[in-house]
Design a protein around this ligand. Structure first.
Ligand SMILES: Cc1ncc(COP(=O)(O)O)c(C=O)c1O
Length: 450
């Protein structure tokens, strides 16, 4: 069982000595950040420690990835000892035991039938790999015209050209509008505030939105469509929970037309919904699952794709000396990443963290829905240990209100995520009721004052 230790970090004066200029921060207003930087100096379990001695309760598992809490001994020690033993081994034609063990451990907790793992270094690379596997699979099976990819509005699939093209977050796409992949269609998103605001868990209405896939099939003909990719719960768009029956309906339509179904579980994987994968929670098995983040508890960058045996087998044809898939990364199955993954998966199992997440989620649900009625709160959505609180934007000042809430929470020592006009909460699975209360009460205060 997980037991919390206490750890204090001595404030240092890092802020005064670090040169902030050369670094270009991702997905961050750089100039604003550099005028009021927030520098993290350390972390343990549920907390971050800043360079000026602040202890911050982590309400978002780092960035939806530190599911077992920070700086966990088993994981840290595994990385340290691996670094001494084997720093790197080439990923092409040579491999190492840790990579096979990690693939086996991931396949063991994946839905039945998904039993082969391709490693990448991030979720974005995982998504692009899955899209390439889908197109390659159809070509090998003699359906080389199946090229079209179907994504969904408001979805986030990383920042590669593939993921950006099937993704549906407008600010991420608009600068590259003419450079996106051709042959991509989008399903409508499932957010329906008018009918489903403040639903606890899955909305009852909205299943029919999955039928749009039939319309896309009618338009292009199924023989031209390779795959549909969706996040089972859209995270970055502010936690959009699938309507009851929606994912099953997508599966049925894909089966009917020979289209591959890909679940992007970069956020929903590794216990976030009370099971290893949301696929198991919603009882819908895709053909591929993209994972990243929680696989190493955020410690070493890693991602990948879990594929059905049938897909792997399709590639394993032709002469044995021939490379079956011209794709991969220098760091696919990196020795430190796989050591971290093996120790992380052991930690999840030994501490029963997926079950713990399931047990805590009704408490979390009640706590977050207690924010209903606060000024400017227009919707609250939740599932498992994920929730999105949607706020009314300030007129002509998009994102200002949520950024203000983020800052106010940070001042009060709680880290939340401003995702567009939503505040997202995704606490580590080791959180307890007291942590949830503190996160939600701090947020209550911040929203009331924003
Ligand atoms: C659903 C989903 N897919 C893909 C990604 C991209 O992952 P990465 O940032 O590791 O490239 C993310 C990142 O948040 C994500 O939430």
């Amino acid at each position: 069982m997980y037991k919390r230790e206490s750890l204090e970090i001595t404030p240092d004066r890092q802020k005064q000595t670090v040169n902030l200029d050369p670094l270009w921060l991702p997905f961050t207003p750089n100039r604003q950040f550099k005028s009021t930087p927030r520098l993290i100096a350390g972390a343990k379990d549920m907390h971050y420690f800043t360079d000026n001695g602040q202890s911050i309760l982590d309400g978002i598992s780092g960035l939806w990835c530190v599911n077992a809490g920070h700086c966990r001994d088993r994981i840290v020690e595994a990385i340290q000892s691996q670094a001494k033993k084997l720093d790197y081994s080439t990923a092409f034609n040579v491999s190492h035991e840790g990579a096979f063990n990690a693939a086996e451990a991931i396949a063991n907790i994946a839905p039945d039938g998904l039993d082969h793992v391709f490693f990448t270094n991030s979720g974005s690379e995982g998504v692009d790999s899955a899209l390439k596997i889908a197109i390659g699979y159809h070509r090998i099976k003699g359906s080389g015209h199946r090229h079209r990819l179907i994504g969904r509005e408001k979805s986030y699939h990383g920042v590669g050209f593939g993921g950006m093209s099937v993704g549906g977050i407008v600010p991420n796409r608009k600068m590259f509008s003419m450079s996106l992949l051709p042959g991509v269609d989008h399903l409508s998103h499932t957010l329906d505030i008018e009918n489903n605001a403040f639903t606890h868990g899955q909305p009852q209405s909205g299943l029919e939105l999955a039928n749009e896939l039939e319309e896309i099939v009618r338009l292009h003909d199924a023989t031209n469509i390779a795959a549909v990719i969706v996040e089972p719960i859209a995270g970055s768009a502010g936690v959009l929970v699938p309507p009851v029956g929606y994912l099953k309906r997508l599966r049925e339509i894909c089966d009917k037309h020979g289209i591959l179904l890909i679940f992007d579980e970069v956020i929903t994987g590794f216990g976030r919904t009370g099971n290893a994968f949301a696929s198991q929670t919603f009882d819908v098995t895709p053909d591929m699952i993209v994972f990243a983040k929680g696989v190493t508890n955020g410690t070493v960058p890693m991602g990948g794709v879990i594929v059905k045996r049938e897909i792997y087998d399709a590639f394993m044809t032709g002469p044995e000396w021939a490379i079956e898939f011209y794709h991969g990364y220098t760091y696919s199955g990196h020795s430190l990443a796989t050591a971290a993954a093996n120790a992380t998966l052991q930690t999840y199992e030994l501490e029963g963290l997926f079950e713990r997440s399931k047990v805590l989620s009704p408490y979390f649900e009640d706590a977050v829905h207690s924010l209903k009625g606060l000024p400017n709160v227009i919707d609250i959505r939740n599932y498992g240990l994920m929730c999105g609180i949607q706020l009314l934007p300030v007129e002509n000042k998009p994102l200002q209100r949520t950024h203000d809430v983020f800052e106010k929470c940070f001042e009060k020592n709680v880290l939340v995520r401003a995702a567009g006009e939503n505040i997202a909460l995704t606490p580590p699975l080791i959180a307890n009721e007291e942590d949830i209360d503190l996160i939600v009460d701090t947020l209550r205060n911040a929203i009331s004052r924003a």
